[in-house]
Ligand binder design. Structure first.
Ligand code: HEM
Length: 311
């Protein structure tokens, strides 16, 4: 948004510019945007600036079209289907959010820092966005391991070569150990469980895409949701009522499960995450965000612990 704001002020909602070194026409006209998104099959070819493809890799979803796009998208959707969210991902998200939101009592908490900040000092990562850590846990069970310490700074420096080599080593180690891990990478590598047979290069690009597409969107939306709740106390009250009702039926240490998540009707509707198709927050057409349900599950879990643990 920072790139387009000056243009918006001077030229209105449709103008020529440059983004990430690429000549670009910026459109903030919802009708035109919807037309472009739903007409991919009619000669409009989606594309991203070369600098993004250099980071995400040539097999990533954004770089491929037609049947290759369908296949990679199918492989991704199989990792984040409602069943996977219910059985595999939600428990990990719950565990992560619960521990991320502890010890905030009697302290001044910088929400922007807790949800969204990246900090690099002397090549060492000092702050990591919440959703990035959460994704690492879901993808490869990585938490505070040494791999996370190596991996994250390279990711934020956008050092693709090093990230690829770290992921390649991880895949080789897992293959050698023959143990099946219950995370996204484990599922992709398990030829019996997954009907998508990806090469190592495709797996690596898919993982980088999930990390890259998931962390900033989820972190920023969580931060904006907290700001919105601060500015709208009545909405906060209603939201808290919904989450307290869910918590009251459980012991404090019980995780939230898929039924609880589905019961968060006000949370999902009020943040308009599910209703914002009209605003294209998740895009549209064949490129509509495949991570929508996962993103909503992460933000809803974050808000659950945020409003039930703190006033
Ligand atoms: C609140 C959270 C999120 C928002 C607002 C959001 C928004 C979007 C939007 C607007 C697009 C369309 C881009 C385009 O038309 O080119 C998109 C695509 C995409 N999103 Fe999300 N996203 C979110 C969460 C996630 C998560 C958690 C993942 C991780 C799996 C993810 C993965 C993707 C991928 C892979 C694409 C490209 C799809 C394709 O080209 O077929 N997103 N997202």
């Amino acid at each position: 948004m920072a790139e387009v704001e000056p243009g918006l002020k001077v030229y209105g909602s449709f103008f020529k510019s440059h983004i990430l070194g690429c000549p670009t026409i910026v459109s903030m006209d919802p009708e035109l945007n919807r037309y472009i998104l739903v007409n991919e099959a009619k000669g409009l070819v989606p594309g991203y600036p070369q600098s993004m493809l250099d980071i995400l890799g040539k097999c990533n979803i954004a770089a491929v079209n037609g049947s290759a796009h369908k296949y990679m998208r199918g492989a991704l959707l199989s990792l984040i289907s409602p069943t996977m969210i219910r059985d595999q991902l939600l428990p990990k998200i719950d565990e992560f959010m619960r521990s991320h939101l502890t010890n905030w009592d009697n302290k001044v908490i910088d929400i922007q820092e807790k949800t969204n900040k990246v900090g690099l000092r002397n090549n060492t990562l000092t702050k990591v966005p919440m959703a990035f850590l959460s994704s690492l846990k879901q993808i490869a069970g990585i938490e505070s391991s040494s791999l996370a310490q190596e991996f994250m700074p390279e990711f934020f420096k956008l050092a693709r070569k090093i990230i690829v080599s770290l992921l390649r080593t991880l895949i080789e180690e897992r293959r050698a150990s023959k143990q099946i891990q219950h995370d996204m990478l484990g599922y992709l590598m398990n030829e019996e469980a997954s009907r998508y047979k990806l090469t190592d290069d495709e797996m690596i690009d898919l993982i980088i895409t999930i990390l890259y597409s998931g962390y900033e969107t989820v972190s920023t939306t969580s931060m904006m949701a907290v700001k919105y709740l601060h500015d709208h106390p009545k909405v906060l009250e209603e939201l808290r009522k919904e989450h307290m009702a869910i918590r009251e039926k459980k012991k404090p240490e019980d995780p939230i499960d898929y039924n609880d998540y589905k019961a968060m009707r006000f949370t999902r509707a009020d943040r308009n995450l599910e209703n914002q198709n009209s605003f294209l927050i998740f895009g549209g057409g064949t490129r509509q965000c495949p991570g929508k349900e996962l993103g909503v599950a992460e933000i809803s879990t974050f808000l659950h612990y945020f409003v039930t643990k703190y006033r």
